[in-house]
Design a protein around this ligand. Structure first.
Ligand code: NAD
Length: 453
């Protein structure tokens, strides 16, 4: 049966969730305080790049709004999907969550409503949101007491670049709540997804191996911890192979063979074992910091998670080391970066290694040119003060370049005409930050090939 759903925060997570729930047959309204985003969406345009986003937006029926007042009273389920970025001390900034919870409390309807935290939030936030909503509701209703609601946690595990696929065909759904009524309603909401009983979009076919989706129904704190623990584990898997990669390089071993050799052990698995310049993006750095700071509040050290962060930071410096090794002097050199987004198939620049590397190079006196298949316009808009020469075409990046760095493993970079590009460069150094390019082909084209990881 169709439910009325509100999504608060129409970013990567909120919009994807809204689209998928609408595809399952629910009546969804996406709410955001960003007027430009709502205007863009209302005119049928996607606010960011994500594969199949345009197609899905054309296919589903979604409403958009900036007004809590007109949306919230009518909803059975409301997802909070606002940002929870890191503060400078590593703790998450919960101001957006606080504001959203307050507005929700002020506008709850007469019927039972489930408020679902989909934002990644520190352990205990479910209870905190509950108290904010309750107070705001009581203040609004006066002597009548708060409206009937319950809070649930439903952490999100999508990967940018395959967000819609991951949301339609998830590995599992995690629900945390201390209210059985909330869990029941959430089960109704997700039933078609859990049973995979919805028509698959033609451009996003259901994987052949897809079965019913496991549901983990648990308490609030466990659901919140599952999200942090999952991200920290993935982050440390990457840092682990990068640490092994550094040793492999010293002893003359091939880290790709090593990764395959250990990854084919079913207990380990091959995914997240690609050595390179490490993770970026809006989640791993922030969530590992939040996990460490939460543990600290309870008097616990998290040495494994801290080490994973340390190794990741070191990988970015290794790129500069490789360039120094090859070029000897960075001052006055021109370095071309291939890829700006933190991973392929997204235009998200949050904690993107490319920007960190660019800043380090500029600090050392180098000139930086950068290309990305989709993120150049976003970069230009978001980083007007960063002294990078933004390039719409790869051909512009190589002009006068002493060295190139492959930062983001976009498939199209593998297919470039490297011989022709090499002819337009001043130098011949190429640092492959992702073990992604064909070394033999590059060397045949006249490049000196270096790698990181
Ligand atoms: P985002 O920055 O893309 O989107 C957040 C949206 O919330 C913005 O559009 C903003 O305008 C809106 N917003 C802020 N305050 C608001 C308010 N009071 N009312 C209504 N809207 C408001 O963020 P995101 O990447 O979608 O991440 C959202 C949450 O999901 C974060 O906690 C993040 O850690 C988590 N998460 C993200 C990913 C990912 O890959 N991006 C994956 C899993 C979990």
């Amino acid at each position: 049966m169709s439910l009325r759903v509100g999504i608060v925060g129409t970013g990567y997570v909120g919009l994807t969730t809204g689209i998928c729930l609408a595809h399952l047959g629910h009546q969804v309204t996406c709410l955001d305080t960003d007027a430009a985003k709502i205007a863009r969406l209302s005119s049928g345009k996607a606010p960011f790049f994500e594969p199949f986003l345009d197609e899905m937006l054309r296919q589903v029926k979604l409403e958009y709004s900036q007004s809590y007042e007109s949306v919230v009273p009518h909803c059975d389920v409301i997802f909070i999907a606002v940002g929870t970025p890191s503060r400078s001390d590593g703790t998450p900034n919960l101001d957006y969550l606080n504001a959203a919870a307050t507005s929700l409390g002020q506008n709850l309807g007469e019927h039972f409503t489930v408020i679902v935290n989909k934002s990644t939030v520190p352990i205990g936030s479910g209870n905190w949101v509950e108290s904010i909503v309750r107070e705001a509701s009581e203040e609004k209703t006066g002597a009548k007491g708060a409206k009937r609601f319950a809070v649930a946690s439903n952490p999100e595990f999508l990967r940018e670049g395959s967000a819609l696929h991951d949301s339609l065909y998830p590995d599992r759904v995690v629900l945390g709540s201390d209210s059985s009524e909330a869990i029941e309603l959430m089960y109704r909401l997700y039933r078609p997804l859990l049973e995979q009983k919805f028509p698959a979009p033609s451009f996003l076919p259901r994987p052949d191996t897809m079965e019913a989706v496991p549901l983990i129904a648990t308490d609030l704190a466990s659901a919140e911890l599952i999200k942090y623990a999952a991200n920290a584990f993935l982050a440390l898997k990457i840092s682990y192979i990068n640490e092994i990669g550094s040793l492999a390089q010293r002893v003359g071993a091939d880290v790709k063979s090593v990764a395959k050799g250990i990854g084919l052990d079913a207990r380990i698995g091959t995914r997240f074992l690609q050595a390179g310049l490490g993770w970026g993006g809006s989640c791993f750095g922030k969530d590992t910091s939040a996990l460490v700071s939460t543990a600290q509040e309870y008097g616990l050290e998290m040495p494994i998670v801290k080490a994973a962060k340390l190794v990741n930071a070191r990988q970015r410096e290794l790129v500069v080391d490789r360039l120094l090794e090859a070029l000897k002097i960075l001052k006055g050199r021109t370095v071309g970066l291939l890829g700006l987004a933190f991973k392929p198939n997204t235009d998200d620049l949050r904690d993107a290694p490319a920007l960190d590397i660019a800043r380090r190079l500029i600090e050392r006196g180098a000139k930086v040119r950068a290309h990305d298949p989709v993120a150049v316009e976003v970069a230009r808009r978001q980083l007007p003060d960063l002294a990078i020469h933004w390039c719409e075409e790869v051909a512009q990046v190589v002009e006068e370049a002493d060295a190139l760095v492959l930062v983001t493993e976009w498939q199209e970079y593998r297919e470039l005409d490297w011989s022709s590009l090499k002819q337009h460069m001043r130098g011949s150094v190429l640092v492959d930050g992702r073990h992604f390019l064909d070394r033999k082909k590059l060397e045949a084209a006249g490049f000196q090939y270096f790698f990181v990881g």
